[in-house]
Design a protein around this ligand. Structure first.
Ligand code: ADP
Ligand code: ZN
Length: 211
């Protein structure tokens, strides 16, 4: 299955993508994680992306489209993938249609005020990038990743003003992507719930997955 996850920043795309990926036995391709790894390693793409990512702006379309087009050609994508964070603009969606046949686009719908609450409490593992929330999905030991023991940190772009900026860009640039997939007959939508597992259940229902 070749699946796209759509939703505002902080809607829980990443978490649901990982769950689906494990279940369907396909990789999650997360543009945010790819860019953060590139930044950490100081690659040319990372250096190019840094200023955009840290201020909450979108990385230019040609950069991100190139990354995804290459990534989807790798062996592990043969049986499908879950795209998390791409496409985020109409231009990206159209480009994707040129090199991939998508089976569905699942949108996780969350209000702006809920997004703000989530982002302020979000923590990310500095080693393996797993995400947590101080109230809604806390690690077993405060500040420490359950999965790898890494230090949990606040992403620079989860700071309040940057969050506002990202939400604004989401409404302007990414909502048209939803419309694009609606017109293609590929859009599925679920309302994001407070509890992770409740959202997961709705996602499974929407995709016709029963466990
Ligand atoms: P979130 O979904 O929480 O906004 P991501 O980890 O998906 O966070 O993305 C973090 C940042 O990486 C974005 O704010 C943006 O700067 C950049 N980015 C990620 N995906 C894309 C994309 N498809 N197009 C342009 N920029 C992107
Ligand atoms: Zn970790």
């Amino acid at each position: 299955m070749r699946l796209i996850l759509l939703g505002a920043p902080g809607a829980g795309k990443g978490t649901q993508a990982e769950i689906l990926s494990r279940l369907l036995n396909v990789p999650t391709i997360s543009t945010g994680n790819i860019l953060r790894a590139a930044m950490k390693n100081g690659t040319p793409v990372g250096l190019q992306a840094k200023a955009y990512v840290e201020s909450g702006k979108l990385v230019p379309d040609d950069v991100i489209i190139g990354i995804i087009e290459e990534r989807l050609q790798e062996d592990d994508c043969k049986n499908g993938y879950v795209l998390d964070g791409f496409p985020r603009t109409l231009a990206q969606a159209k480009a994707l249609s040129g090199f991939a046949k998508i089976d569905g686009a699942l949108s996780i719908e969350v209000s702006d005020s809920e997004i703000e609450h989530r982002m302020e409490g979000r923590r990310i593992c500095s080693k393996c990038q797993a995400t947590y929330h101080v109230e809604d999905n806390p690690p077993k030991v405060e500040g420490i990743c359950d999965k790898c023991g890494g230090q949990l940190v606040i992403r620079k772009d989860d700071i309040h003003d940057v969050v506002e900026n990202r939400l604004h860009i989401y409404h302007e640039e990414t909502e048209p992507v939803k419309e694009y997939y609606r017109q293609e007959g590929l859009l599925l939508a679920v309302r994001g719930q407070k509890k992770l597992a409740d959202t997961t259940q709705l996602v499974f229902d929407a995709l016709g997955i029963s466990l």
